[in-house]
Design a protein. Structure first.
Length: 98
């Protein structure tokens, strides 16, 4: 069984025991979270648009993603600017789709 769920403004296709990285969530490692904004559920051939389905997950860890380099340049003007950042992420494990 799978579900399409909206987590922190992004849509993810999840199954039981999946681990995925999402934008930083409130809570500590080990906390249980529940997502009620489920868009669709389904099995092999049956697809349902979920009305009251919920996805239960557990926060595994908080971490930072890979560094993203932002480089700006205007040619023939002598302008160069380099900046970078690392996105804050949360690793979650899907426990149940109900």
């Amino acid at each position: 069984m799978f579900a399409i769920v909206n987590i922190a403004g992004q849509q993810f296709k999840v199954r039981k025991d999946d681990e995925l990285f999402v934008h930083r969530l409130e809570g500590n490692a080990g906390d249980k979270v529940e997502f009620s904004e489920v868009l669709m559920t389904g099995t092999e051939g049956n697809i349902k648009f979920a009305g009251n389905a919920k996805v239960k997950a557990e926060i595994v860890d908080h971490l930072k993603g890979d560094k993203v380099i932002v480089f700006k340049k205007n040619r023939r003007k002598g302008y160069q600017k380099m900046n970078g950042h690392r996105q804050y992420l949360t690793k979650i494990k899907i426990n149940d789709i109900a």
